[in-house]
Design a protein around this ligand. Structure first.
Ligand code: SF4
Ligand code: SF4
Length: 352
């Protein structure tokens, strides 16, 4: 059969020999030191994954350097994770510490395992996407620089997963992160009627709006936006450059907390909004880094060992969280108007 170049290659072709030989027979894993996962199989074979954070936007030179290190220390086997970490897959225990020494000497950060912050999963930001209300890698760099002490150690009450999405489309997993950083627009799109007439498919544009806020305006060969229905998501701008939504004064960041994907100890849960708006203040976003550090330190000071951020808040109650944190509470933060006017405790929907 002819070999085609369509579609991804079979992942099994790229597995390290130790994983192929012990496929399906891995018994347990442990964390011998921060940044290293040791997986042990029924045969007694052990694989060490050395985890390194990356800034996500990296140069070809950086990738070449990393691949050379993989050749030197682990027969060329490494993987990129969804959280923008690199894991070097080392099957020779004697090479683990020399690899870490080399990585550290190059200024790379080893950590993110166990009761630590893993690197922040994040999105495109101002560099690439159409609809961001904030940057992605810039905010992540500022936050992780501030919290680095919790990346290369394991002194948190439990693991902490953070996500950043630069608009409500939430390409980053902010809806189920311990701490979610979400870019929010706060003004409706500005319609350029001339551009609509010149090159926009109006039915597609109308269909792109999740709230039905856009309707055709046949008289003007354009559209009308019902601003009361608009939730400032920017989907229409994805469909047409005539619907610009950027607003330097009003775009910013909301903070959502308490979500998780894992079903260990308690059911998976969605994050909930606790800070509706912080300004974009590049290059170091001090309002955002301060707010996140405050929430983190409150959790560290009050949680039991093993208790994730949302589990701690569920135990003490959201009212108590707002009271301890000093964050202003408003009914705009309530996640379900029908049941939770005062309790903040029912469904997982959130309201901007
Ligand atoms: Fe683009 Fe929104 Fe995704 Fe950011 S979250 S990459 S702005 S679609
Ligand atoms: Fe509709 Fe979103 Fe555009 Fe508002 S920003 S008009 S809700 S698509």
């Amino acid at each position: 059969m002819a070999k085609l170049d369509q579609g991804p290659p079979n992942y099994k072709e790229m597995l390290p020999p130790i994983i192929k030989e012990n496929y399906g027979t891995w018994r347990y894993h442990e964390i011998p030191r921060s940044g290293v996962l040791k997986h042990v199989s029924e045969s007694g074979a052990a694989l060490y994954s050395v985890r390194v954070a990356t800034p996500r936007l990296v140069s070809i030179d950086f990738i070449r350097d990393v691949c050379t290190l993989a050749d030197d220390y682990c027969d060329g086997f490494l993987r990129w994770t969804t959280r923008n970490n690199i894991e070097f897959l080392v099957s020779d225990e004697a090479k683990v510490n020399p690899l870490i020494d080399t990585l550290t000497a190059k200024g790379l950060c080893v950590g993110g395992t166990g009761a630590a912050i893993s690197n922040i999963i994040h999105t495109q930001g101002w560099v690439h996407c159409h609809t961001p209300a904030t940057d992605a890698s810039g905010v992540v760099k500022a936050v992780m620089d501030d919290l680095y002490e919790y990346f290369d150690s394991m002194k948190l009450p439990a693991k902490l997963k953070m996500g950043l999405a630069c608009c409500l489309n939430m390409c980053g997993s902010t809806h189920c992160s311990d701490i979610g950083i979400v870019g929010v627009h706060r003004t409706p799109p500005r319609i350029d009627h001339e551009k609509i007439r010149k090159g926009t498919e109006i039915p597609t544009l109308v269909a792109s709006c999740p709230t039905g806020a856009i309707r055709p305006d046949p008289k003007n060969k354009s559209v009308i936006v019902n601003e009361d229905k608009c939730m400032y998501c920017g989907n229409c701008y994805t469909m047409s450059p005539a619907m610009e939504i950027y607003d330097p004064k009003n775009d910013g960041i909301a903070i959502l907390i308490g979500g998780k994907v894992s079903n260990a100890r308690s059911a998976p849960s969605f994050s909930r909004m606790v800070i509706p708006f912080l300004p974009n203040n590049p290059p170091r976003w001090p309002e955002v880094t301060d707010a996140i550090r405050d929430i983190l330190e409150l959790w560290i000071a009050n949680a039991q060992r093993g208790e994730r951020l949302g589990e701690w808040i569920e135990r003490i109650g959201w009212e108590r969280f707002f009271s301890l944190s000093g964050l202003p509470f408003s009914d705009m933060l309530i996640d379900d108007y029908i049941f939770a006017r005062e309790t903040f405790r029912t469904s997982a929907g959130f309201k901007f």
